[in-house]
Design a protein around this ligand. Structure first.
Ligand code: ACM
Length: 503
């Protein structure tokens, strides 16, 4: 049996040795460093403990944050906690991640607050560690998104994919097509309240994420999942194409079928398509991509591509080729769900997002592998393990079951390079999506996201193999995050597989 890791850390570091002694944290503890992470550290410790540490400009200090580009790989850091605590980051991100590790070592016992003594050297396995929030099926405002950034960046996730449009609503203002938000943002799935981000809101999210080393990837889902576009601009979207699954699901759930030009209140998929043979469609795509690119400093624009069952295959492929080329023209790297890999001439370098299962079905693997043949790479979001909106158990009140029922152990035990027949170097990393059909509040989102996002964080960050890179160690370490999540008000699901610790 693997022994529980002596240090309560998730994701588990590359190397971590515990020291006997703890380092006390008191109101007189001094913090030195020029990194913006100093202020984040002081704030985080105050919100956990009520103790406000003092920033100092010169030594001596008790906690020191240093940047040394030679010290580790990008995003890496070392952390030593003895009489003093010293974080040396390879870059600002590395310092930030060293701070996140330090915060997991901050513990309360009968003598007060202290840091567990440790010698840690750490850097990520994958450069790309993502979470996705679907703000289209249910809308989440700026403050909710900021909380989501706080809780996921603490696990060393560095990409936030925002699913900004779907059949139920359009969530970001576009100046050149203003009716999108005027007419298609007011409601969510089931007719719940909607909303949208103004451009300033969006920029505020991007800046908040950047300060926590997260890159925002905006997604406009095309050519399917576009019913809401047709509510605002009927000339862009075909009449709904009903399929048997949609009709059966709508009956089972008591949801209405989609009607052209009317807000869609259900969550059935595969019925909508933009008009592939109208030039105006590409004017629209070009304008939206340009406006998104102007306010998105990150390198990616996600153009969707999933479940376009109402678009004939040849039309879909034509659209995929044109839409990805438009993203390239706008100076960004396109990202698309794996189905777009059916298009022979998808823009070179397009990144595919694989959402099939860990044992691929049908044409999913072939489609995903085509991105690599076109000089692109892949993000792994295998639905039966990474989808955060799947239920933990049959009777869990939130979430869906179509991909799998995913308990914490199932979320943890998979290997992203073992799914597809591509070189390991073609796998950029992992993304865990949260689709929001059944979640109306951030608290409901958090119950599905935590603790399972911690499993994906470890798969994406930690070395593939190591004595602690195992379920028996992970379950104990993730249980040790409970006091942090409670202090931060993160509404995690207290799954019975995990031995949750009190402090
Ligand atoms: C998806 O789950 N439709 C990408």
């Amino acid at each position: 049996m693997v022994l529980p890791h002596p240090l309560p850390l998730v994701p588990v570091p590359v190397s971590a040795v515990a020291r006997e002694a703890r380092m006390p944290i008191t109101a007189t503890t001094r913090v030195l460093g020029s990194s913006p992470a100093v202020a984040l550290l002081i704030e985080a410790i105050e919100s956990r403990t009520g103790l406000r540490l003092s920033p100092v400009e010169t030594a001596p200090a008790d906690i020191e944050l240093i940047i040394d580009a030679e010290s580790s790989a990008p995003e890496g850091y070392t952390l030593e906690i003895g009489d003093r605590a010293v974080i040396v980051g390879a870059d600002e991100a590395g310092v930030f991640y060293g701070v996140q590790t330090l915060l997991q070592l901050l513990r309360q016992d009968d003598d007060g607050w202290s840091l567990l003594g440790a010698d840690i050297a750490d850097s990520p396995r994958f450069a790309r560690r993502g979470v996705m929030l679907d703000v289209a099926r249910h809308f989440f405002g700026v403050d909710d998104v900021k909380r989501f950034i706080d809780s996921t960046s603490a696990l060393k996730f560095n990409h936030l994919h925002l699913h900004l449009s779907d059949d139920q609503g359009w969530r970001v203002h576009i100046d050149s097509w203003p009716r999108l938000t005027e007419l298609s943002s007011a409601s969510s799935a089931n007719g719940d309240p909607g909303g949208f981000y103004t451009k300033d809101d969006y920029r505020e999210i991007v800046a908040y994420a950047a300060a926590r080393h997260m890159i925002v990837i905006p997604e406009i889902d095309l050519p399917g999942h576009t019913h809401a576009i047709g509510v605002a601009y009927p000339e862009l979207v075909e009449a709904p194409v009903l399929n048997d699954n949609l009709v059966a699901d709508s009956e089972r759930l008591g949801q209405p079928l989609p009607v052209a030009g009317e807000t869609y209140l259900g969550w059935g998929v595969g019925h909508s398509s933009v008009r592939i043979h109208e030039e105006r469609t590409y004017d629209f795509v070009r304008d939206v991509v340009r406006e998104l690119a102007e306010m998105t400093p990150g390198p990616y624009i996600h153009i969707g591509g999933d479940e376009s069952l109402g678009t004939p295959q040849a039309d879909f492929d034509l659209f995929a080729e044109r839409a990805t080329a438009i993203v390239v023209e706008a100076g960004k790297t396109p990202v698309a769900w794996h189905e777009m890999g059916s298009a022979a001439n998808i823009a070179e370098g397009t990144v595919g997002q694989y959402w099939g299962k860990t044992t691929p079905e049908g044409t999913h693997a072939e489609e995903a592998e085509h991105f690599v043949a076109r000089g692109g790479a892949l993000i792994m979001s295998a639905a039966n393990v990474t989808y955060l909106d799947m239920k933990y158990s049959e009777d869990f009140p939130l979430g869906l079951t179509w991909a799998a029922i995913i308990d914490v152990r199932s979320a943890y035990e998979w290997e992203p390079t073992a799914v597809l027949d591509v070189p390991d170097t073609a796998i950029l990393g992992v993304e865990a999506p949260l689709w929001s059909e059944t979640t109306r509040t951030l608290s409901e989102v958090e119950q599905l996201v935590f603790p399972r996002a911690a499993a994906q964080a470890e798969i994406a960050w930690s070395p593939k193999e190591g004595p602690e890179r195992a379920w028996e160690s992970f379950r104990v370490r993730v249980g040790s995050l409970a006091p942090l999540w409670k202090a931060e008000g993160v509404d995690f699901h207290p799954a019975s597989e995990i031995p949750w610790s009190a402090r």
